[in-house]
Design a protein around this ligand. Structure first.
Ligand SMILES: *Cc1c(COP(=O)(O)O)cnc(C)c1O
Length: 229
């Protein structure tokens, strides 16, 4: 066995354990294997080891790898900051875009998806920590953006994503994960037409177990699978 497949097995076991511990069905937590800076060759090994979902942060880097790996049966998720002028490539390559945080970006993705007759699945990135430097929409603007997206025929909003302000500090990030879940629950109760925020993308190598305890349905893990970047 390669190190990657051992790492992957260990992560899958920890995901299952965290879900069971939280009283959740492990099948409701999906692993997004984060492959930024990792070569196509090494990603190929990860796919051989059983990876089915890849997360990439940069469009240009992802395009190169996508061309090299294109025939392989793997789903690509975009998890980085997306510039409006790159929406076209994001729509062509990615099954889920985790980081929609403005109506301008949503409109650009909608436009590009319409051109290729696709309904693009997206998550809305929420800035819970209120830091000016972080991407994500402020909590108080989530409803307005959700209503706008619901009017866009080529977008399907599936949930929320967040990046907490600290890494590798599970107890400090827990309140941020909890808040994202509470926002999700609030909107599920409001039942806005065309808005279903079932998915929660939160948790990375240092804190995914806490994220699962707080309701994550996607965990985005790179370092624990590929090693330090
Ligand atoms: C890099 C990255 C990850 C993975 O982080 P690790 O600590 O390597 O697991 C997850 N989400 C986003 C948005 C990232 O940029």
């Amino acid at each position: 066995m390669t190190t990657i497949s051992q790492n992957l097995d260990a992560i899958k076991a920890r995901i299952t354990q965290a879900a069971v511990h939280a009283g959740r069905d492990p099948e409701t937590v999906q692993l997004v294997t984060v492959s930024k800076t990792i070569s196509a060759e090494v990603i190929g090994q990860a796919i051989d080891a059983g990876v089915t979902v890849l997360g990439e942060n940069y469009i240009q880097e992802a395009r190169t790898k996508f061309e090299q790996l294109a025939p392989l049966p793997v789903s690509w998720h975009f998890i980085g900051h997306l510039q409006t002028n790159k929406a076209k490539y994001a729509v062509r390559q990615f099954d889920l875009i985790h980081t929609v945080d403005s109506s301008r970006l949503a409109a650009a993705i909608n436009r590009e998806a319409a051109k290729i007759d696709k309904v693009q699945s997206i998550l809305m990135q929420v800035n819970i920590s209120q830091e000016a430097t972080k991407s994500g929409i402020e909590t108080e603007n989530v409803e307005t953006l959700a209503r706008e997206i619901a009017q866009m025929d080529h977008l399907e909003l599936k949930g929320l994503m967040t990046m907490p302000p600290f890494f590798n500090a599970p107890d400090r990030v827990r309140p941020f994960f909890r808040q994202l879940r509470e926002i999700r629950d609030h909107f599920q109760k409001m039942d806005l037409p065309g808005v279903n925020l079932a998915e929660l993308s939160m948790g990375m190598t240092g804190d995914f177990e806490v994220a699962i305890a707080e309701g994550a349905t996607f965990v985005r893990i790179g370092t624990a699978i590929f090693g330090e970047r």
